[in-house]
Design a binder for this molecule. Structure first.
Ligand SMILES: NC(=O)c1ccc[n+]([C@@H]2O[C@H](COP(=O)([O-])OP(=O)(O)OC[C@H]3O[C@@H](n4cnc5c(N)ncnc54)[C@H](O)[C@@H]3O)[C@@H](O)[C@H]2O)c1
Ligand SMILES: [Zn+2]
Length: 374
């Protein structure tokens, strides 16, 4: 039976509408949800090895119980192997099982898994149905929704990809129990970002109920993830192909965040951690432009720190970071479109920010080595 009590959002796209289910234990409903989404045929469950064995077995059983004859493949799906070789390995497996157009690929894992296996689904037989079962908080509130799928090349991240919307996104909050703490914090950075840019009420919840949210116990964490998911779903539905400025709002903190990742090397700071520092730099810019007051900057810093996120960075220079913002994928012709707050839960884009202001704000988030951290 499908349950609407766990329905977080319906994403509306040119490739069809799909449900995003968020709840505890919802993996047990996967078969029924897939049937309700119009899927039949066999299921090919491809799972990140971190979910093996318990969660993978549970998903397998739920699929079979729901009437889907299922083949399972478990493999490492990390940033290191988010490449064409891994894609080929999966193609070979699908070929070996003669996976057909009517079959469905189910991907269980973090954002890497969703992006890579989603890319496989977009290209296998010119596109087969995919169901996303994100298991990291970052993938739940962000990567699993919106249909962007990609793999890395040696030349850069996510250079080869497609828009391939899932038929269903099923998020079982119980899966987060095994997620490493730092990964959890990184996911919170993106979820808090949704509050900062679009929902003051969500921001309040993150501020006031940090301990309860991080414990993952009870109903509040589930409801809060659901709300964060809703925001991403609304933005995607409004701006599926990132043509307007709406989806750009999700880039809050990412201009400097990406610059930090680029300059300090991927892997030192987690993406969400770099975004947390990036949001502090963006807040510094907005304050200097008179868009927000010091109080909101402090509120943002406090909420990030409550989730053990860094608000400063070391080992990089302002010059390096500013140079990196100009080569960012999302800047056009070297001109950066900044996402800045105008108030709590209210973000806008601005392309007229003087470099001197950026420089001061970036300076402020860089500290000497020994002071780094939260
Ligand atoms: N498609 C999009 O719109 C979009 C948006 C944002 C990010 N991304 C992509 O997502 C990726 C990052 O995703 P991520 O932050 O989830 O990282 P990830 O997929 O690397 O997962 C983080 C780590 O946690 C492990 N893991 C995941 N779930 C777990 C669980 N429940 N228990 C134990 N371990 C678990 C993974 O094995 C991995 O080691 C990047 O490649 C990025 O490009 C895509
Ligand atoms: Zn991000």
């Amino acid at each position: 039976m499908t349950s609407d009590e766990n329905l977080a959002a319906v994403v509306s796209t040119t490739q069809g509408d799909y449900r995003v289910i968020v709840g505890r234990g919802v993996i047990n409903d996967i078969g029924a949800e897939m049937t309700a989404a119009g899927l039949s045929g066999r299921a090919f469950l491809i799972a990140d090895v971190s979910m093996f064995p318990t969660a993978v077995h549970r998903a397998h059983e739920a699929l079979e119980r729901g009437g889907f004859v299922t083949n399972v493949m478990t493999m490492e799906l990390s940033e290191r192997v988010k490449n064409m070789e891994t894609v080929l390995e999966i193609y070979k497996w699908l070929a070996g099982h003669r996976a057909e157009r009517i079959d469905t690929i189910v991907v269980m894992g973090g954002g890497v898994a969703g992006d890579l296996v989603g890319f496989v689904a977009a290209t296998w037989l010119r596109g087969v149905a995919v169901v996303q079962v994100p298991t990291s908080l970052a993938a739940m509130v962000d990567a699993s929704i919106g249909g962007k799928v990609a793999i890395n090349l040696p030349e850069g991240k996510n250079l080869v990809g497609a828009f391939h919307q899932p038929k269903l996104v099923l998020q079982d909050v119980a899966h987060l129990a095994t997620l490493p703490e730092r990964e959890m914090a990184g996911g919170f950075a993106e979820a808090i970002k949704h509050g900062l840019i679009l929902d003051p009420g969500l921001l309040d919840t993150f501020e006031r109920q940090a301990a309860e949210l991080q414990s993952l116990d009870g109903d509040l964490p589930v409801r809060t993830i659901r709300r964060s998911v809703q925001i991403k779903a609304e933005v995607v539905s409004a701006d599926e192909f990132e043509r307007g400025d709406v989806r750009l709002l999700l880039n809050y903190g990412h201009t400097i965040g990406h610059a930090i990742e680029n300059v300090s090397g991927y892997g030192k700071l987690l993406h969400g951690e770099a975004v947390a520092v990036g949001m502090m730099a963006a807040a510094g810019i907005a304050r200097r432009l008179g868009m927000i007051d010091e109080e909101l900057v402090n509120r943002q810093r406090n909420v990030l720190q409550q989730y053990n996120l860094p608000v400063t960075v070391s080992g990089v220079t302002t010059d390096e970071l500013i140079a990196a913002t100009k080569t960012d994928k999302k800047s056009r012709g070297g001109k950066v479109k900044w996402v800045l707050l105008e108030g709590p839960g209210k973000a806008v884009t601005r392309s007229d920010v003087p470099e001197a202001v950026v420089r001061e704000a970036v300076d402020e988030v860089i500290v000497p080595n020994e002071q780094t951290g939260t």
